[in-house]
Design a protein around this ligand. Structure first.
Ligand SMILES: Cc1cc2nc3c(=O)[nH]c(=O)nc-3n(C[C@H](O)[C@H](O)[C@H](O)COP(=O)(O)OP(=O)(O)OC[C@H]3O[C@@H](n4cnc5c(N)ncnc54)[C@H](O)[C@@H]3O)c2cc1C
Length: 426
């Protein structure tokens, strides 16, 4: 069995993996990416931007997932060593795996019950701002729902190492840090679901969040969508929005049954929506703007589908059509080509607040940042905004998390009609 562990200096999960490998009697080669740039580049070359990664006979297991590792070892025919004691691969049960997945994946299915509920606080965005708000709100006994369209595609989730979040020693990936925050919020009772916000209606006391699956309701709303929206669209894109250009497979995939569609983007959202589209469309062409996929993308799943074709280095140049959508132009400089598809799904990120879905419902500035006061109140009572979605002095995870705390306590004041904000002390 060939075992290679890519680690970094100070990485706590790396230490756990080393301890497990030793306990299982498995010799391994350690490649520290902090100390050796070649190892760092190795991983990058494979499209992996986080440690730890353990390659078991060249199969990568990203993150600290002991049960997933044991399962893979079993598949590879590994017989545990004597030192393994009671913790043999054979003892791995499906329940243990499910438990591990559940711990890492706090997002539940969006059910009718969720849509039937009126929450005290609905949080849009599950980054550090939204997740921290969920910790505070749920702990403060507000019934809290967090809706996120792409939990691994926010700014923190994409950060491959974060070393300046106070109280977190060593280097962890942004997603690891975020997972801890989300799990903490879930333990306090918050519900996390995945969905794409279509629009909001904030005119009455009960705020309505419109989703492809229905409507979610809250007595207060926290907008924490970060600032990974795009500043500029390509030529023709705006003109054909909703008429061939889409940003949400959950909303629109069914319109493309037996058709040919393009997906443009390299993040987890693009990959997951390509998988969803492949169930409807006859052909899905995925165009990556750069050479490879981003991190935390289920590459094997998407590339393993027979009706999906992935083309790297094919940035989107233009959306074309006369009276109706006709296709797109993609490709590197000088090698642009027209592709006749029936629709294009666009998942490109930038650094503008992703607040367009708010329209004129709350006041935003010329760049799309939501205008808030020191309590993170927007122009509409009961609606709050924070993190990178407001014009913060500095875009940092700890600032976004602090905003989440303020917003949750402001929401508590609003929902419970308190005269003042009540801080939480243990
Ligand atoms: C490459 C990079 C490296 C960084 N490194 C550091 C660092 O080392 N230290 C540090 O402190 N900060 C770092 N930052 C900054 C930090 O990540 C951000 O300030 C912080 O993540 C902002 O938090 P947020 O919750 O406002 O937004 P985000 O973290 O971007 O989270 C927003 C969430 O909202 C979701 N969302 C967006 N639109 C919608 C929608 N319409 N419907 C539903 N959900 C939606 C997204 O999927 C995402 O999960 C880095 C940022 C980047 C880009």
């Amino acid at each position: 069995m060939n075992v290679v562990l890519y680690s970094s200096t100070g990485c706590e999960y790396c230490k756990k993996i080393k301890a497990d490998l030793t306990a299982w009697g498995l010799p391994y080669e350690e490649r520290n990416v902090t100390e050796n740039e070649a190892f760092f580049n190795d991983l990058h070359g494979q499209g992996i931007y986080s440690v730890p990664v353990t390659f078991l006979d060249h199969h990568p297991i990203i993150g600290y997932r002991p049960n997933a590792m044991k399962k893979k070892l079993q598949e590879l025919g590994w017989t545990p060593g004597k030192q393994d004691g009671a913790k043999t691969a054979e003892t791995v049960t499906q329940e243990a795996l499910a438990e591990e997945d559940a711990a890492e994946n706090v997002f539940a299915t969006l059910t009718e019950e969720v849509l039937a509920e009126t929450y005290d606080l609905v949080v849009i965005g599950g980054g550090p701002a939204g997740s921290s708000a969920a910790v505070y709100a749920a702990r403060g006994r507000l019934k809290t729902l967090v809706i996120d369209k792409a939990p691994t595609a926010g700014a923190l989730a994409l950060t491959h190492k974060i070393a300046n979040y106070p109280g977190v020693l060593g280097e962890v990936t942004g997603l690891e840090l975020l997972t801890l925050m989300r799990r903490q919020a879930k333990q306090f009772g918050a519900t996390f679901v995945r969905s794409n916000i279509v629009s909001v209606d904030v005119d009455s006391d009960i705020k309505v969040v419109k989703l492809p699956e229905g409507e979610a309701r809250g007595r207060s709303l926290f907008v924490a969508v970060g600032s990974r929206g795009r500043a500029a669209k390509v030529k023709g894109e705006e003109r054909f929005e909703g008429r061939g250009v889409s940003y949400c497979a959950t909303c629109d995939a069914a319109f493309f049954a037996d058709k040919t569609v393009a997906v443009v983007g390299d993040n987890a959202e693009a990959a997951e929506d390509a998988i969803q589209l492949a169930r409807f469309a006859s052909q899905v062409h995925v165009y990556l703007p750069g050479k490879s996929w981003g991190r935390d993308v289920p590459v094997d799943q998407v590339e393993g589908l027979s009706n999906v074709k992935v083309l790297p280095t094919h940035p989107l140049r233009e959306v074309i059509g006369e009276d109706k959508f006709a296709g797109i132009v993609v490709g590197p400089n000088g090698k642009e080509q027209r592709v006749d598809v029936d629709g294009v799904f666009v998942y490109l990120a930038g650094n503008r607040p992703g607040t367009d879905f708010l329209g004129d419902t709350v006041k935003r500035d010329e760049e799309g940042y939501v205008v808030v006061d020191e309590y993170l109140r927007t122009s509409v009572e009961g609606v709050f905004a924070g993190g990178d979605a407001r014009r913060t002095p500095v875009k940092q995870a700890v600032v976004a998390a602090a905003d989440g705390a303020i917003a949750a306590m402001s929401a508590d004041k609003h929902v419970n009609k308190r005269n003042r904000i009540v801080a939480q002390y243990s």
